[in-house]
Design a protein around this ligand. Structure first.
Ligand SMILES: Nc1ncnc2c1ncn2[C@@H]1O[C@H](COP(=O)(O)OP(=O)(O)O)[C@@H](O)[C@H]1O
Ligand SMILES: [Mg+2]
Length: 355
């Protein structure tokens, strides 16, 4: 069976089933993926976004998209790793090798133990690698060098765009050292880069580029006020990421740097209602098990989203925390509050739980 390679727009449609908003990230990754699946070369992508804005969700969405489609699953191998493990495995001069080994194992899982080693090794050189929490491998923290971060960046550098990486085959593959052409690997890194926002803000207000960010006049209640409007998107430069601890050699291997947005209240409402991992959906399933239909009024949902939005550092994760406070007493005694098989949560219930 043959199937045309999916277009970037088709991939984006699939990803949007799971990812709310973050259009720029969805598009950039869809393009990279479309090229990859068509065996064309494509640049690596770096995602930067606050905690809980969907970085890992995007990666999982891609994973699910590829594994749920047998034709695509047969064409691609994907691994998702935490950047931290790169540092762990990079000690003892085996830089990069551990990651290749992981891909090899994954390819074998996909193609089966009978698959010829040549075919598996072909997969190894053309895999997709998601490096999550990539901000954890900064080369320096403050003015202290961070040895594990430096090692991890070096480990990745030995792989990115390298046409000949020595790789020790495991016993089952015959042993011995082979050269892997790693130039076909696609890397997608993601991290929160906590503190980046503040440091760039400082640079353009009180630091090196003092005065670059100009106040604008805004009208409020009939009065004109001066206000600084700052958006990381407008001001982020590569140098800020160098300062953060990403080495220039390392960073230059990423063609696209994409910023994820902080989620709006509307987006939080959507995530709360629709995301399969949302606390609300989990509660719905729990009450279903007790033959109770859980429902929330739109006003109640909005109140939960507003409370979550007021905790910007947590992103959508705040939804879970806020909703726990609302739902826990009902979950303790499910039958108690349900009338005629339905548990309806309205605004007053949310208000009193959050007070
Ligand atoms: N843009 C989004 N679309 C859908 N769900 C999201 C989004 N952002 C966050 N979430 C939800 O919030 C939780 C944390 O998101 P995650 O992707 O792990 O954040 P991070 O950016 O820190 O990796 C997940 O349960 C996910 O379902
Ligand atoms: Mg994450």
């Amino acid at each position: 069976m043959t199937q045309a390679t999916p277009s970037a727009a088709q991939i984006a449609d699939a990803l949007r089933q799971r990812v709310i908003g973050q259009e720029e990230a969805v598009r950039e990754i869809s393009i990279a993926l479309a090229k990859k699946l068509a065996n064309l070369s494509t640049g690596n992508v770096l995602l930067i976004g606050s905690s809980g804005t969907g970085k890992t969700t995007v990666m999982r969405a891609v994973e699910d998209y590829l594994t749920s489609n047998p034709v695509l699953a047969d064409r691609s191998t994907l691994v998702r790793v935490h950047a931290n493990i790169l540092a762990e495995h990079s000690t003892g001069g085996r830089a990069g090798g551990a990651l290749l080994r992981r891909i090899l194992d994954r390819a074998r899982e996909q193609l089966g133990p009978e698959a010829p080693v040549d075919r598996l090794m072909e997969r190894v050189g053309t895999a997709m690698i998601f490096v999550d929490e990539i901000d954890k491998i900064r080369a320096a923290v403050g003015d202290q060098p961070n040895i594990t971060g430096i090692r991890a960046q070096e480990a990745l550098l030995t792989l990115i765009e390298n046409e000949s990486v020595p790789f020790v085959l495991p016993e089952w593959a015959g042993g011995g050292t082979v050269a892997v052409d790693a130039s076909g690997l696609l890397f997608i890194g993601a991290g929160a880069f906590e503190g980046l926002y503040d440091s760039v803000y400082d640079r353009v207000t009180i630091g090196r580029d003092r005065g670059a960010l100009q106040a604008v006049s805004v009208m409020e209640g009939g009065e004109v006020r001066q206000e600084l409007r700052f958006s990381l998107r407008d001001w982020l430069r590569h140098e800020d990421l160098f300062d953060y601890g990403m080495s220039p050699q390392f960073l230059s291997r990423f063609d696209a740097v994409v910023l994820l947005n902080d989620l709006s209240e509307d987006e939080l409402v959507k995530i709360f209602l629709d995301s399969p991992e949302s606390g609300f959906q989990q509660a719905v399933a729990y009450f279903e098990g007790h033959n109770i239909q859980l429902a929330m009024s739109p006003a109640a949902v909005r109140r939960v989203a507003a409370a979550a939005a007021a905790q910007p550092r947590l992103g959508a994760r705040a939804l879970k925390e806020v909703f726990r406070r609302v739902i826990r007493d009902y979950e303790f005694e499910p039958e108690k509050a349900a009338a005629g098989g339905t548990l309806m949560i309205d605004l007053p219930e949310v208000e009193s739980a959050l007070d």
